[in-house]
Ligand binder design. Structure first.
Ligand SMILES: [Zn+2]
Length: 166
C-alpha cells in the first residue's frame, strides 16, 4: 500500500503491516507516525509530535499562547513559522518587562542595560531574534526542514522566558 508522509508529503510503499497504531517512520524525512492497516489497506495515519511544551511554564498566558503556536508549527514541520512565533513570544516578554525601544534589538539592549536580562538571557534572546528574522525573510536560508535550530530556539525560549526578574 502507498503511505503519504504527513511531514514531507512523499509517498512510500509499505507492505506486510497489519494492526492498529503501529509506529512508522517516513524513510525519506524520518518523521514519526502511527498507522493503522488491515489486509494491506491503510485505515489511519497520524503524525506524532516532535516536541511538547513542559507543564507549569512561568510566563504570561499571552506568551504561553505564542509558545504553544510555535510548538504546533514545529510539530507540523513548519520551522520558519515556528521561529517567527518564538520571536513573537520573546518580543511580547520584553514588552511585559517594560522594555524601551522601537526594535526588538533595542528592547533586548535596554533590558540588559537595566540588569533585567543577564548575559545568558541576552545571548539566548539574540539567537531567538536572529532565527525569527531568518524565518521571516526570503533571502535567509538558515532554517531547514529538519528544524534542529528551531527546536533549539524553542527549548531556549521555554527555558529562558520565565526567568527574567519581574
Ligand atoms: Zn517524510
Amino acid at each position: 500500500m502507498k503511505v503519504q508522509c504527513q511531514a514531507c508529503m512523499r509517498e512510500s510503499d509499505v507492505s506486510g503491516v497489519s494492526g492498529e497504531e503501529i509506529p512508522w517512520r517516513c524513510p525519506t524525512c524520518h518523521a514519526r507516525h502511527t498507522l493503522s492497516a488491515s489486509f494491506n489497506l491503510l485505515s489511519g495515519l497520524r503524525l506524532l509530535d516532535r516536541y511538547t511544551l513542559p507543564p507549569d511554564l512561568k510566563c504570561s498566558l499571552e506568551v504561553l499562547r505564542d509558545l504553544k503556536e510555535a510548538a504546533r508549527c514545529y510539530n507540523a514541520y513548519a520551522p520558519r513559522a515556528a521561529a517567527v512565533m518564538v520571536r513573537l513570544a520573546l518580543e511580547r516578554t520584553c514588552i511585559e518587562l517594560g522594555a524601551a525601544g522601537n526594535t526588538l534589538h533595542a528592547k533586548i539592549e535596554d533590558l540588559a542595560d537595566r540588569g533585567i536580562f543577564d548575559k545568558v538571557l541576552v545571548q539566548g534572546a539574540t539567537a531567538m531574534r536572529l532565527f525569527g528574522n531568518a524565518g521571516a525573510h526570503p533571502k535567509d536560508d538558515l532554517l531547514d526542514e529538519k528544524g534542529e535550530l528551531v527546536e533549539y530556539s524553542l527549548k531556549m525560549a521555554v527555558d529562558l522566558l520565565g526567568k527574567a526578574k519581574r
